[in-house]
Design a protein around this ligand. Structure first.
Ligand code: GLV
Ligand code: MG
Length: 327
């Protein structure tokens, strides 16, 4: 390990994160009763400019009045380039009561954006004598944000998670896609033309989001934050959603957005370690404990090598399983 120790963000389940427009208060109760881990009430892109003020009022009322049970509660404020943002922060923090846990900041571009928000939130909390510290979720969804993701991730002790906002990211980078979070068959490889074969060539689709997803996960984990994958727009395509969530989970992501209630269960399933995986992790820990008692650093289990790195992986899995069980 490095001498530099990474402080981990507060442990929260973040397998699924439901987007709920602040302008649609009739959806709030259903969201509160769902199985989602985190809810963000949206003031940004799901709300039309003429509805912003009313949406803010709806959210303040809902944070005070609805029983959100054990859900982690967040509000997505408007971007720093809009004149809505300061009032989103001031009104929500001053009038939203103690139920709010996080603020979600869209289109973060630089570490200075985070600094500015931190200053504003700190002033409000200090003036109110708040006991609770609001955390930050950042959506990385512009070329600028992705370029500066490492500095953004390190910019405030309030930081808890980084989210890959694929829709705006595609717009910002001018990527060619039409479905939010979907892929493009042009991002593919064609197998070689074989002069002496029957000419059959195959096209293999690539994951055009791989680099961005991967870059974000590194920045998040290097700073003790949760990496969370963003939206998948075609909510009638459960298979497409699950495939996208599995790709993210394989890279180390902890959760994925649900832009429709039907996606909550899918995210919870993909982002929870399977019982076989957890059993094996527990067996690894047991086998390594016995190995340590015999003075050995590496042993074999089920015909495969396990060593101290296996312990760390197994511990992460078991810790996650315990967190879900306590959930
Ligand atoms: C989320 O905000 C996105 O743009 O994907
Ligand atoms: Mg966006």
């Amino acid at each position: 390990m490095s001498f530099h120790s990474v402080t981990q963000a507060p442990a929260r389940l973040n397998r699924s994160e439901l987007a709920v427009p602040g302008s649609q208060p009739q959806m709030f109760e259903k969201a509160a009763q769902s199985d989602v881990d985190v809810i963000f009430l949206d003031l940004e892109d799901a709300v039309a400019p003429d509805d912003k003020v009313q949406a803010r009022k709806n959210i303040i009322e809902a944070l005070n009045d609805i029983d959100w049970n054990t859900k982690t509660m967040s509000v997505r404020i408007n971007g720093l380039d809009t004149h809505y943002m300061y009032r989103d922060v001031v009104d929500i923090l001053e009038q939203g009561g103690e139920r709010l846990d996080l603020i979600m900041i869209p289109k973060v571009g630089t570490a200075a954006d985070v600094y500015a928000l931190d200053m504003l939130v700190t002033q409000i909390e200090t003036a109110r004598g708040s006991q609770k510290r609001i955390g930050f979720e950042h959506i990385i969804e512009t070329a600028l944000g992705m370029q500066n993701v490492n500095e953004i991730a390190a910019a405030s002790p309030r930081n808890e998670s980084l989210h890959f906002g694929v829709a705006d990211y595609a717009a910002s980078t001018r990527a060619r896609t039409t479905i939010i979070g979907g892929v493009n068959k042009d991002y593919s490889v064609l197998t070689d033309a074989q002069p002496d074969s029957d000419g059959g060539r195959e096209r293999h689709w690539g994951d055009m989001w791989h680099h961005a997803l991967s870059k974000l996960v590194i920045a998040a984990r290097a700073n003790g934050l949760r990496p969370v994958d963003g939206p998948f727009g075609d909510f009638s395509d459960a298979d497409g959603y699950v495939a996208a969530a599995k790709r993210a989970a394989a890279l180390g992501y902890e959760g994925k957005w649900a832009i429709h209630p039907s996606q909550i269960e899918l995210a919870n399933q993909v982002m929870s370690p399977g019982s076989e995986e957890v059993d094996r992790a527990r067996r690894i820990l047991e086998a390594m404990k016995q190995a340590a008692e015999q003075g050995k650093g590496a042993v074999s289990l089920d015909g495969r090598l396990i060593d101290y790195a296996s312990i760390r992986q197994a511990e992460v899995l078991v810790e996650k399983a315990n967190q879900i069980a306590a959930g």
